[in-house]
Design a binder for this molecule. Structure first.
Ligand SMILES: *Cc1c(COP(=O)(O)O)cnc(C)c1O
Length: 402
């Protein structure tokens, strides 16, 4: 199907929930992707932080094919190996003890909120039900997760929303202290806000958050769905921040492109769930878990966490150069590792459209922030090519104004 036909059919048959770009992709390999007419793109969005190893990495393709030919699905009534192998990898490379598998980020956060409340309930604190999140956060689109998401545009029209949620100004320690009380079950935070515009919490803030939670008997949940698994230059983002959370949620890149999410918890927090408390039909699906095992093993054996940190520094350096070149247009370049935002002094859409025209995939979040979430396998040459396109796109935005 040619791109125009595909877009027309999509419009007639698929619910209109996404503001899709006028691009139809048919194939990907590594950091590159192609449309039906053969136009080549450098993919610096990576399926929104999902394609950690790029498109169709041979280790992931082989793991999926082999597992699909062996055992695709069993239900959670039986033991299966890929889930156990994946959980062991997550436990051994993080500081947490137990894992629950689900199918998406929203589900992981939904489950984490349930776990925190049930933990408090089992500890004899049924009054501890409040969940505190940060302003400008994003935790997903299911009812609980969207209530934790402190954004009116995500919540509007979906009420009544579940009770027991409160919000604290992002990055403000005193605001968090004021929001957390003896009725608080948990605080949920993104170590680096993704959809909110690439804003990182400082180690000081997170350490204070840990202390505030400890004092109130609340659990600290870190949503590492976008920032985790090497993205920020640490396997778990919290490992670079000198805090130990009680619960960490993962999804996005975990399955190397297949849908899977995870709740990781300390032994203590995990004791909140007993048999019958939580579950999902597809959780720990063998094919998704095999893809995830291949993804994580490749990241670890090829030292891609270190590569993400190194390429992130290289990319950030080049973008600082663009900031110096276009001081009126580029307000700030920020981020950690390969999670980078370029904040513009004007709406990002025209600059992004120019990037698309010139063959670079990225996106715009929070209206003015051009966001880059490339795969960890990018080379300096890929970075140079992407930065040259962004340079040209910025130049055309400057010209359009003049
Ligand atoms: C994407 C994202 C989610 C939601 O994940 P889904 O798989 O889309 O439900 C939650 N939290 C963060 C930080 C995310 O980036």
């Amino acid at each position: 199907m040619q791109s125009q036909e595909l877009m027309a059919k999509d419009k007639s048959y698929i619910m209109s929930t996404y503001g899709r770009y006028p691009i139809a992709l048919v194939r990907g390999q590594g950091v590159k992707a192609w449309d039906a007419e053969g136009k080549e793109y450098l993919d610096f969005l990576g399926g929104i932080a999902v394609n950690l190893l790029g498109h169709s990495h041979p280790a992931v393709v082989a793991a999926i094919a082999e597992q699909a030919g062996t055992l695709i699905h069993t239900s959670n009534l039986y033991y299966t190996e890929p889930g156990v192998e994946l959980a062991a990898l997550l436990v051994e490379n993080g500081g947490l003890d137990k894992v629950f598998f689900c199918n998406s980020g929203a589900e992981a956060n939904e489950g984490a909120i349930k776990l925190a409340r049930k933990y408090q309930f089992r500890k004899g604190h049924p009054e501890k039900t409040k969940v505190v999140s940060a302003t400008h956060s994003f935790h997903g689109r299911t009812l609980g997760a969207l209530t934790a998401t402190a954004k009116p545009e995500i919540q509007e029209g979906f009420g009544p929303l579940p009770a027991g949620f409160a919000y604290a100004e992002f990055g403000d320690i005193e605001a968090l202290r004021a929001a957390v009380d003896d009725k608080t079950a948990a605080v949920i935070l993104e170590p680096v806000q993704g959809e909110g515009g690439i804003y990182a919490l400082t180690p000081e803030y997170l350490q204070a958050a840990r202390a505030i939670c400890d004092q109130a008997g609340a659990l600290l949940i870190l949503d590492e769905i976008q920032a985790g698994l090497g993205r920020t230059g640490h396997f778990f983002a919290y490992q670079g921040l000198a805090v130990k959370p009680d619960i960490v949620t993962l999804a996005k890149g975990l399955g190397g492109g297949l849908p899977i999410g995870a709740i990781c918890a300390t032994q203590e927090a995990a004791s909140g769930f007993q048999p019958g408390d939580h579950g999902t039909t597809f959780g720990a699906n063998p094919v998704c878990c095999a893809a995830a095992v291949a993804t994580l093993k490749t990241i670890l054996s090829s030292h891609l966490v270190e590569m993400a940190a190194e390429m992130g520094r290289y990319l950030m350096d080049k973008l600082e150069g663009l900031k110096a070149k276009y001081p009126a247009l580029v307000k700030e370049v920020r981020g950690k590792g390969l999670m980078i935002g370029i904040e513009l002094s004007q709406p990002g859409a025209p600059v992004l459209a120019k990037c698309h025209e010139l063959g670079l995939l990225a996106n715009v979040t929070a209206g003015t922030v051009l966001r880059l979430l490339p795969p960890y396998v990018i080379t300096a040459k890929d970075v140079d090519a992407a930065v040259a396109i962004i340079d040209q796109a910025l130049a055309s935005a400057v010209n359009a104004k003049a």
